[in-house]
Ligand binder design. Structure first.
Ligand SMILES: *Cc1c(COP(=O)(O)O)cnc(C)c1O
Length: 435
């Protein structure tokens, strides 16, 4: 890797940068947070990916979540190939869309109807429009460190105080759009209470990542979620669970099933899905009750549409994926495997005397070079970035591919073998000693 002849990844990265901004089609792929050359992937199979220089990696990104079965599962591949032969896209309804909607509704009791779209961003954006249309209100609440896709109203950070509305986090977002978004601290009950006390009758929805995977891995505490539920009910606001990452990933019933175990009768009002439900194809969804969905076009006045929505190849991929993960014991086995991994990483850190905490649920995990699990974004950002970057590159050099930024979650698939997990822990043990 350190030879003076540029490897093929470097050659491709330079070529890419001439015609693609930053050389990538989604910013985190550029390795800006960790430095170094992004790996251009040639192919993947099971738990492995191979880069353009022929190096194999054990993959803990899984396309940022979708590849819960690993890459190229034979049954999924066959379903996709069969669907592709039948046609790529019709712009007319198909039976497979009903089947996928039925599969989602069957596992998620809060949902009676779903609308399929093509990306998590689109689903999140549409969920907010629906919440605003159904309530006749403009204001939305989100939490710092939660990512809900890149719709204008959601690219907002906290203002200077609770009374002030958000500021755009991206150039090109008009302040007039951001001013309807209030950004609060995750897991802060007092702030959400104060926000409802002040603005209760103007709030259309509260949107949350129930396990925030876009600030590594931070769980919304049960009393926090319970309190938001009560406040939304009292003030007529809708509670939106963004399960694009957690949906069908942390449990078959998604993160909301875990909160329903802890809070009797708990349900969010609107749920947003993506990633796993497409099995690696562009597919996402938002779902809610018939009562709320009746506001959506063509039934109601909230407009939403898509040329490729419910695409027949994507729905085949998603359906085959859901069919496999619905098998009894799937999530128990996946959860146990993920725990073996994070316990091994923690043990490696302990042996090396490196401060380290970790958490996981189902096939999703996170870790921090911190003495205790952070509860909100500011605490996440006290992590030792330089140490994370050394850890990341140490593992990458040893053929283990973690997310290239400390604020991203990790993913284990059903295809990871015990030997893969053991090799990963062994590599971590070596690297931890050098941190
Ligand atoms: C990935 C993600 C999104 C955005 O989905 P895209 O398909 O990348 O547009 C939204 N919300 C959460 C929680 C996500 O993890």
């Amino acid at each position: 890797m350190s030879s003076s002849v540029p490897d093929r990844n470097q050659v491709l990265f330079e070529r890419a940068q001439r015609v693609i901004p930053g050389g990538v089609n989604s910013p985190v792929r550029a390795f800006r947070a960790v430095g170094g050359t992004p790996r251009f992937i040639d192919r993947a199979q099971g738990p492995y990916m191979w880069d353009a220089a022929g190096q194999r990696y054990i993959d803990y990104i899984g396309s940022w979540g979708p590849m819960i079965l690993g890459h190229g599962h034979p049954e999924v591949l066959e379903a996709v190939q069969r669907a592709a032969v039948e046609g790529f896209s019709f712009g007319a309804p198909t039976e497979r869309e009903i089947e996928l909607a039925e599969a989602i509704v069957a596992e998620v009791p809060s949902i009676e109807q779903v609308r399929l779209v093509s990306s998590g961003t689109e689903a999140g954006m549409s969920a907010i429009r629906l919440a605003r249309g159904a309530t006749g209100r403009s204001m939305i609440i989100k939490f710092e460190g939660c990512y809900h896709g890149h719709a204008d109203a959601l690219l907002v950070k906290a203002g200077s105080g609770l009374a002030t509305f958000g500021h755009p986090t991206s150039a090109g977002v008009p302040p007039e759009v951001a001013q309807h978004t209030l950004v609060l601290e995750y897991n802060n009950v007092e702030q959400i209470e104060a926000a409802f006390a002040q603005h209760g009758d103007r709030i259309a929805c509260v949107m949350i990542e129930p396990i925030a995977g876009n600030m590594n891995f931070v769980r919304a505490q049960v009393p926090f979620v319970a309190r938001i539920r009560e406040l939304c009910d009292r003030h007529g606001a809708l509670f939106v669970f963004d399960e694009v990452m957690t949906g069908f990933r942390v449990a078959l019933g998604s993160a909301q099933s875990l909160y329903a175990q802890a809070i009797p009768g708990f349900r969010p009002d609107i749920s947003v899905f993506g990633k796993v439900i497409g099995g690696g194809m562009p597919l996402a969804a938002f779902g809610t009750t018939r009562e709320v969905m009746k506001h959506l076009a063509p039934l109601g006045g909230v407009y939403q549409a898509g040329t490729l929505s419910g695409n027949p190849v994507a729905t085949a991929c998603g359906l085959a994926t859901l069919r496999l993960i619905r098998q009894p014991g799937f999530f128990e086995a996946l959860g146990a495997k993920t725990r073996t991994l994070v316990d091994g990483l923690a043990e490696a850190a302990r042996a090396a005397g490196v401060p380290f905490v970790t958490d996981s649920q189902g096939g999703m995990f996170g870790f921090f070079f911190l003495p205790e699990l952070p509860q909100h974004y500011q605490a996440v950002m006290t992590s030792d970035n330089a140490r994370f970057n050394r850890f990341f590159h140490g593992l990458l050099d040893r053929g283990v591919y973690l997310a290239p930024a400390l604020y991203e979650a990790g993913f284990v698939s059903a295809a990871h073998t015990d030997a893969d997990i053991a090799a990963t822990i062994e590599a971590a043990r070596e690297v931890m000693r050098t941190l």
